[in-house]
Structure formats: structure tokens, C-alpha cells
Design a protein around this ligand. Structure first.
Ligand code: PEP
Length: 259
């Protein structure tokens, strides 16, 4: 599928069940009018997907994703969701390697690679999340961590599949902390990510892969982040739970996102 930049992702994490999801969509749809020049994707809890879809049935521009999958297609894996199940439920995107999956649930780089492979294998768009911990940044290891997470995370994809993926740079110290990376620091890592992608798929294809930023994105810092070099969009946690805040964020970058 064609993903237009800027990309705005709302990761609801373990918030907004079906009832709240419906309420959210009703308010958000009033506040954010369809805009052709951007991509807006929600990652609700899997249990809220059906209600979200129904509430947003008149808004095909509000796309859906899931927050994680297990790499097997089906079977005795209690509690897990697979890529085919996500697709059947209407998801087009899947997060893989979100920092909470890595650091709370213990997903390894290899686990993330298998998930990315399963997502792309189903024709869904993997959003590979990478990013360093605070102590890794302080030790000067941020670049090495991002390189390792990207190279292993994308290792099960061929060039064509990599060209259809999205990379989200989310420094772990900025997620849910109210601390945002300075736009020049984000740009520096995004430049590195672009270079890594160029090495994997060549310059031309790498240019069209969205590299998005995540970490305490709010209405008051979105314009600054979005105008930073190499930042093609954002992945938003906390602020995506509030229809007004997220509509403001999704309207950024054009002056005409909301009309
Ligand atoms: C996230 O969960 O991907 C995220 C960036 O969260 P927050 O915006 O709350 O920092």
C-alpha cells in the first residue's frame, strides 16, 4: 500500500476498550477532517478493533493497526494474536519491537525479526520500532543499538519487503516521560537509519521508506519535530488517547490538515 508522509500513528497501548474507542472515534472524526496529504493510523487494543472499524465506517482515511503479533499463523498460543488474525480484523499495519514489548515482555531482536517477517508475509506493513535506553545513550551507544535493532529486525525481509516497511525511532528515555529528543538529535539518528536502509535497499528505495519519530510527542512540539530533517512522521502514545490533542497533532505540518 502507499503510505503518504507525514505519517501519524496513535498507539493506544492497553487503553480504550470498545466503549471508549467508539467515543474517541466519534469526537476525533469531528475534529480531524479527511486530508489526502497524510496517513493517520490507530493502534488500539486488538479487542477494540471491531468497534473502532464500525464507528469509523464513514472514514476510510482512518486506518488501523495492531500493537504486536506472534509470528505463528494460528494454533495453541493462548493470548496471542497472529498476522492473519490481525488482517482479518481489518488491520493494515503492525508495530513490532515497541520498547514496551522489548523491555517489559522481553522480545529479543530475533523475536522482533520473526514478527516483522510474519507481518510482511501477510501483506501487512511492519512498523519496526527501534531506540536506545538512557544508559545506552549516555555510554555513546545509541547509534550501535539502532543499527543492531534495524539490521536484525529487518533480516527476514527481502529488498522489496524492506521498501514497504516503516521504521520508528523511539528513544526509550523519551517514551511516556515527557522528555522529547531535540529535533537535531532525532534528525541525527534518522539520518543514520536512512543510511542503514540505503545499505540494504539502495538510495532510491530508502528515500521512500518512512522513518518516524516517537517519544512524548505532543501538540506543542509536533511542528518542531515534523519539520526536522529526515522525520517523516510520528508515533504517539499518551497524546493519542485524547481526541483533541491527537487531532491537533494530525493536523500539523500543512496548516490545512484540518478544515
Ligand atoms: C509510544 O508508545 O510509542 C510513545 C511514543 O509513547 P508516548 O508518546 O506516550 O511517549
Amino acid at each position: 500500500m502507499i503510505v503518504r508522509a507525514p505519517f501519524f500513528g496513535g498507539n493506544w497501548k492497553m487503553n480504550h476498550g470498545p466503549t471508549e474507542a467508539r467515543r474517541f472515534v466519534e469526537s476525533f472524526a469531528e475534529l480531524h477532517r479527511t486530508a489526502e496529504d497524510r496517513t493517520v493510523v490507530f493502534f488500539p487494543p486488538a479487542l477494540s478493533l471491531a468497534e473502532f472499524r464500525e464507528a469509523a465506517s464513514g472514514r476510510p482515511d482512518l486506518l488501523l493497526g495492531v500493537q504486536d503479533i506472534y509470528w505463528e499463523k494460528q494454533g495453541a498460543f493462548t493470548g496471542a494474536v497472529s498476522a492473519p488474525l490481525a488482517k482479518d480484523a481489518g488491520a493494515q499495519f503492525v508495530l513490532a519491537g515497541h520498547s514496551e514489548r522489548r523491555h517489559v515482555f522481553g522480545d529479543s531482536d530475533e523475536d522482533v525479526a520473526r514478527k516483522v517477517g510474519a507481518i510482511a508475509g501477510e501483506g501487512l506493513v511492519p512498523v519496526l520500532c527501534v531506540g536506545e535506553l538512557l544508559d545506552e545513550r549516555e555510554r555513546g551507544e545509541a547509534d550501535a543499538v539502532v543499527r543492531r535493532q534495524m539490521e536484525i529486525g529487518l533480516s527476514e525481509l527481502d529488498r522489496e519487503a524492506i521498501a514497504s516497511a516503516i521504521v520508528a525511532y523511539e528513544p526509550v528515555w523519551a517514551i511516556g516521560t515527557g522528555r522529547t529528543a531535540r529535533s537535531e538529535d532525532a534528525s541525527a539518528v534518522h539520518r543514520l537509519a536512512r543510511e542503514i536502509l540505503s545499505g540494504l535497499v539502495g538510495n532510491a528505495a530508502a528515500r521512500s521508506i518512512p522513518i518516524i519519530y516517537g517519544g512524548s510527542v505532543k501538540p506543542n512540539n509536533i511542528e518542531d519535530l515534523l519539520s526536522a530533517e529526515e522525520v517523516d512522521g510520528v508515533l504517539v502514545g499518551g497524546a493519542s488517547l485524547d481526541p483533541e490533542a491527537f487531532a491537533q497533532i494530525c493536523g500539523a505540518g500543512s496548516g490545512s490538515g484540518q478544515h
